[in-house]
Design a protein around this ligand. Structure first.
Ligand SMILES: NC(=O)c1ccc[n+]([C@@H]2O[C@H](COP(=O)([O-])OP(=O)(O)OC[C@H]3O[C@@H](n4cnc5c(N)ncnc54)[C@H](O)[C@@H]3O)[C@@H](O)[C@H]2O)c1
Ligand SMILES: [Zn+2]
Length: 387
């Protein structure tokens, strides 16, 4: 089994993103945050710093960040509600108003310190405030370190759907330090693992096999283990963003599981599922669709489904009619000319995008989905007992 190449590196690794006219480094490494002052000076320059974060995150991570700034002053720390249900235009407006009242001007440097919600809202604010200011992402969840902080997608939700208002706004610098994850609640950590499985499933067979081979399920709180995963997923994301910044082609493969996942989040008012959990269900659904369309062999589907279920507990699916989910899917950004475009796995480590799926196939998969999840979990239980 091939091991992730980055495992032996001790110093932070730099992954360069070159998207359109922006180019910036993603610095990944245990202790990378301690280089913050030098990294800002080198990659961003000088300007008044405005932190956007949440109370919980800033309580845990604020002291470390202030130490790492080493005497550089923070003009203002603005804390906001980072629940998914608060990821709204109203929140973005409130933050813009707080920034202007705090004296922020075009030379402001925003620091987004938090998970994907903080990053998405702060990113949008950076894109629209005074027609755009600089932003540095310091992601503090696994999901944000492997995915959301990289690539410049920003956005907020509408009641009609997920991330329906947003903009592309690339950061100037991203710092992924796994030491910041030590205080992350277990459920949020597992939510990020679903995105790790997604990356492996679409683009990295050796990583998939490495995750599969872990004997006691996936539990990677250990910094060394995290360093096998974070830079690797960050590389996948950077590679796809470099090829297709605006998500009109190959970047779309990163949406594996997101067609149904986003619809589930919207159908449950962003309260029942964490993002990664909804994506877990979405990946199960897309895998079943791929089998139904003969795009994926059932042996590979079984492996995919087993690994997804193995990440951990998924909140049960509420009874939502298939027609309601289809309605939401048609409003999704990923649909074109009334057709929903799916990302389907075609082998372990490979996915196809832009595939239209007949409604009858979706109806059948939607009806079978809860049973399949139970079946995979049962199998898993037996396997664990045998070991
Ligand atoms: N822009 C993109 O490309 C992209 C990609 C994937 C996901 N997303 C978005 O990311 C969001 C999900 O992000 P998430 O999974 O990071 O969840 P999150 O931002 O909701 O954070 C999860 C929880 O963990 C807390 N937290 C964060 N860091 C912590 C730490 N170090 N210690 C203790 N508590 C901490 C937060 O306060 C929050 O309660 C979704 O809105 C999703 O749409 C965006
Ligand atoms: Zn996602």
């Amino acid at each position: 089994m091939a091991k992730p190449r980055v495992a032996r590196r001790k110093t932070p690794q730099t992954i360069q993103v070159s998207a359109g006219s922006s180019s910036y480094p993603v610095i990944c490494g245990a202790g990378a945050l301690r280089q913050l002052r030098g990294l800002i000076t080198w990659h961003v320059g000088v300007g008044p710093i405005f932190v956007l974060s949440s109370r919980q995150v800033w309580n845990f991570c604020g002291p470390k960040i202030q130490r790492a700034l080493h005497g550089i002053d923070v003009s203002r720390v603005i804390l906001f509600d980072d629940r998914e249900s608060a990821k709204s235009l109203r929140m973005a407006e409130a933050l813009c108003r707080k920034l202007i009242r705090a004296g922020a001007r075009r030379d402001a440097i925003l620091f987004a310190v938090g998970g994907g919600v903080v990053g998405d809202v702060a990113g949008l604010v950076a894109g629209i405030f005074l027609r755009g200011v600089s932003i540095i992402h310091i992601p503090t969840t696994l999901l944000a370190q492997v995915d959301s902080s990289i690539g410049g997608k920003t956005g907020v939700n509408l009641p009609e759907g997920k991330n329906l208002v947003g903009a592309f706004h690339q950061p100037r610098l991203v710092i992924c330090d796994p030491e910041l994850l030590s205080t992350l609640p277990e459920r949020d950590f597992r939510s990020g693992l679903f995105e790790v499985v997604k990356c492996a499933a679409i683009a990295d067979k050796p990583l998939f096999e490495w995750l599969e081979a872990k004997p006691h399920g996936i539990s990677l709180r250990d910094t060394q283990e995290l360093m096998k995963i974070i830079p690797r997923c960050a590389c996948i994301k950077a590679r796809l963003v470099n090829k297709d910044e605006r998500d009109s082609g190959v970047r779309a493969t990163l949406n594996f599981g997101h067609t149904v996942g986003h619809a589930l989040e919207a159908a449950t008012n962003y309260r029942r599922f964490l993002h990664g959990e909804a994506i877990g269900w979405g990946m199960l659904a897309a895998t079943l669709v791929a089998v139904a369309l003969d795009e994926l062999e059932s042996a590979d589907a079984a492996r995919l489904m087993r690994l997804i279920v193995r990440v951990g507990w998924l909140p049960t699916l509420p009874k939502i009619p298939a027609a309601h989910i289809l309605n939401i899917l048609h409003r999704d950004k990923k649909s074109r000319e009334g057709m929903v475009r799916w990302v389907l796995p075609v082998a372990i480590g490979r996915a196809k995008y832009g595939i239209s799926v007949p409604q009858s196939v979706f109806h059948q998969v939607w009806a079978e989905l809860p049973q399949w999840a139970v079946r995979c979990r049962e199998e898993q239980r037996w396997e664990t007992k045998r070991r």
